[in-house]
Design a binder for this molecule. Sequence first.
Ligand code: TEU
Ligand code: CA
Length: 546
Amino acid sequence: MVKKTVLDKTERAWWKKAVFYQIYPKSFQDTNGDGLGDLQGIIERLDYLETLGVDGIWLSPVFASPQADNGYDISDYCAIDPMFGTMQDMETLIAEAKKRGISIIMDLVLNHSSDEHWWFQEALKSRDNPYHDYYVWRDGKADCPPNDMGSVFGGSAWTYVPHLKQYYFHQFLEKQPDLNWENEAMRKELYKAIRFWVDKGVEGFRLDVIDQIAKEPDHKITANGPRLHAFLQELSREAFMEAGLVTVGETWSANIERAKLFSAEERKELSMVFQFEHICLDQQEGKEKWDILPLSLPKLKECVCRWQQGLHTEGWNSLFMNNHDLPRIVSRWGNDAEYRVESAKMLGTMLHGLQGTPYIYQGEELGMTNIKLDIASYVDPEIQNMYRERIKRGIPEAEIMESIWARGRDNARTPMQWNTERFAGFSTAEPWLPVNANYEAINAENALNDPDSVFWYYQKLIALRKQYAVLQLGDFTLLCPKDEKIFAYVRRWNDQKLCVVCNFTAEEVPFAVPAAFAGAQILLTNYAGKSWVLRPYEAKMLYLEV
Ligand code: TEU
Ligand code: CA
C-alpha cells in the first residue's frame, strides 16, 4: 500500500499538490446515537481518510445553527453546535488530523447569517440599533416588497418586519438574512471570527457563495457587485494573513475571466474557486436545475478544455463533480447499475488527470449513488419548496419527483455507508435522512476488503498526484473533441507526457492511441489487459517520459 506522503505546508502553494475530501458532518458518522453525524465520528474515521491518502478535509459547517439550511445558517461564528459536539472535540479533530498530515478547512458562510444570530436579533429591535445596518433593509409597507427578486429557495427575497416598517433581503431562506458588507464594523467582526479559527490551527476555508457578498438588490444584482474584489482583498489581508492558508470560494457566477481575478496568485484574493459551468451543462438553457437535458460529452469536453487552458499559469482550477448540493456523479454522468464500479473509476480518472486541486465528496470513493425517496422523506428546504411551487404550477407530480430524484441535494446527504450493520454503521439510531437501500453492497468495509474497489482505485489516483509533476504542472490538449463517446486528453510538462482516455458509454468503442504514446506505460486503468477497443466505461492513464 502506498504510504501517504505528508505535504510540506510551509511551501507557499502546498494545496496545488493536495487532494481534499469534503465531509458533510451531519451524514458522516454518528457516535452518540442521536441519528446525527458528529465531530467524534469524524475523529474515529481519520484512519480511513489517512488510508485513502487525502491531504485535507473540507468540513461543511459545524457552527452553532438552528439548522434551517443544515448549518448554512450560522447563529454564532465562534461556537460549535452541540449537535456536533464541543469546542474540545473540534480542537481534538484539528490535532488528530494534523498528526495524520491532514489539514482542516472550515466552511465559512459570510454572505448571510442565521436570523437567530444575536446581531440580527439586535437589528430587529430598532432602525437605529448599531447592529441594524449589519443587514440589508429597505423601507416599505406590507405586501409591497421593494422589487420582485426571488430567493434561490423559492418565494420572495424580501421579508417584511411590521414593527420596523421595513423589509430585509435574503437570497436564501428568510431565516438566512443577507449580511451588509458595506458595513465595516460587520466585516471586522467576521475577520475576528476567522482569526479565532486560524489561531486554533485551521489551515483553510471554503467560502460559501462568496461572489454574492457584493450585491445591489435595488438593481437586482445578486453577485459580482463593483466592490467584490476590494472586499476579497481586504478579507484576505485581514483574515487569511498566513501565506499557507488555502481558500476556495464558491462562485456560481464565475467565468474564466472572473476566476482569473479570484485565483491569480499576485492578486492575493483566493487560492481557487468552485465554478459550476460543467455542472450546469445538463440543465435546459435559462431554466432551473430541475429542468434536465441529457449531458452532451462534446460540450463537457469543450468546457473542461476551456477552463484547463484558461487558467493554466494564470489562475488555479478546483476539480470536482460532487458536493453536498449536487446529485451523485455516478448516477448523473456514469452508470449506477451494471457498470457502477467501472464508471465511478472512469469519472475519477477523467477528473484526477486534470490540472487543479481535486475534491472528493464523502462516499464518492465508494461509488455511492442517488436515492429515490417519497416527497415526505426529503429534508432539504430547496426540495420541499420546489415541490410545492411546481405542484401549484400544475406540473405533474411524477415529473416533479423525477427531477428531485435526479437533481435533489438530499441525494448527496444520505448517511455515509460504512458496513452492512443496520443504518449502514452510520448510527445505532434512525438517521435524520434514510440510508440508501444499497448499503449492504456499497459500503466502506466491503471496499477496504476488495482490492478492485473504487476506494483503492481512488487511493492510487490520489497518490499519483504526488508522484508525477505533470499532473500538477502540465498543460492540457484535448483529443477527438467531437467524439461523443470518448473523452481523451494529453498533459505535458518537460519530459513527462500523460494521456488520459475515458469511455463515457456502456458500449465497446475503438480508440486510436496517439502515435506518441505507442510505447507508453499504463499508470492506471479500470480494466485488466491492454485492449484498444475500449470496454464499457473503460479508463486508461498512459505515461511516457522522453
Ligand atoms: O449553495 C449555494 C447555492 O446556490 C446552491 O445551494 C444552489 O442553490 C443549489 O444547490 C443548486 O441549485 C451554498 C451552499 O453550498 C448550500 O448548501 C447552501 O444551501 C447555500 O449556499 C446557502 O448558504
Ligand atoms: Ca450524533
